[in-house]
Ligand binder design. Sequence first.
Ligand SMILES: Nc1nc2c(ncn2[C@@H]2O[C@H](COP(=O)(O)OP(=O)(O)O)[C@@H](O)[C@H]2O)c(=O)[nH]1
Ligand SMILES: [Mg+2]
Length: 408
Amino acid sequence: MANASPTDIYIALMGVTGVGKSAFISRCTSQTVVIGDGLQSCTSRVQTYSFAYSPSVTVHLVDTPGFDDTNRKDSDVLREISGWLSESYTHKVLLSGILYLHRISDMRMQGSGKMNLGLLHKLCGNGALKKVILVTTMWDREDPAVGEQRERELAATPEFWGFCMQHGSQIRRHYNNEQSALNIISLFVPQAASAAPETITLDIQRELTDEHKTLDQTGAGQILASAWASERAALQQELQEVREAMRSASEERDATMAQLLQEQQQEMNRVIDDLRQEQERLRVTVEQLHAERLKSTEEMLFQQRSINQSLSQDLERMRLVESDRQAEIERARNEQPTAEEQADWDSNFPWRGQTFEAPTRLSRAAARFQESERGRMAVNAGVAAGKVKARVTGESVNLHSGTRVGSN
Ligand SMILES: Nc1nc2c(ncn2[C@@H]2O[C@H](COP(=O)(O)OP(=O)(O)O)[C@@H](O)[C@H]2O)c(=O)[nH]1
Ligand SMILES: [Mg+2]
């Protein structure tokens, strides 16, 4: 991140889980991008994917988790995104823009869509909205006329896209192919090859880094806090009703109902407690966020290192196995069949009487090898090094099929 060249362009992708952020990125880069099934996010951390847009321009696409993830709490998603944004800001790496993706096939703006959009406003601040592109996806899943109508409604409704557009955001369609993705990215690439791209500072970066606010004091933190507060208030209200129902159930000596209501009450108290904890998790400074990111990156590196280590051990084992196999084959090739073996083969095979030369010996050598301890190891180690396995077993199959030398 710290070594970016002045012509490098950073673009973040945001939006609800399943809108096609990872699919968009995979249209541009040859790096492996994990694409989800549309229901669960595959991106729990912010991840950057880079590609050469032109000989002088490298584009870095920043994939972010959506707020609504079934596996992650919104507080964790905000910690992750703002941790990345503040850290990059500290390293003087600034975004050139944000792509906010939305499925045109969605019948209406869901609660999670509104929440993600609200957080986009607050993360950016009005000034940065001019560098936000509202990208519609999944045009192949919608009747174009219906899609166009929806697009107009989104643009005309202030609480949907109208507000962003008043502040300079633009709408673009993405047709799920490389050309379409590159056309959108080109909006951020300067005309002159060597020119530095325009960049933006987001409100969240200023708030956390320059104004030293804790995350719960930022605009984005407050949006989440107010959503949790109204959820808590609604639950408290329901809890009150459940308590009253419990009182009348116990007056009527309805033990089953009282038991059910008590369980419901416990569940509601648990949810209220979770919401309180979510709020607690936003009480962090930028330093704590960075320390947390550093720790989890170190853990990831450690895991990666041990995976690499065991992979190279497996590969070394495979190399030994392969050289053993070659030696065995070589030995078999130079060895003449004994009179006993020749007689054994002659009596057991329909093509008896024909001369079996080295290839026959070769096939037996391959069979012996497969049964040997090292042969079994080859198969096991091959699980970690799939390609090598395919090669070894492929060759031994060939050896088998080449055994009937001398027959038709
Ligand atoms: N039909 C269609 N499917 C798409 C399109 N874009 C993404 N998808 C699919 O939608 C699912 C979710 O996409 P993904 O990129 O993982 O969404 P993310 O959660 O925003 O990263 C995947 O199965 C994608 O293959 C599109 O334009 N058309
Ligand atoms: Mg994704």
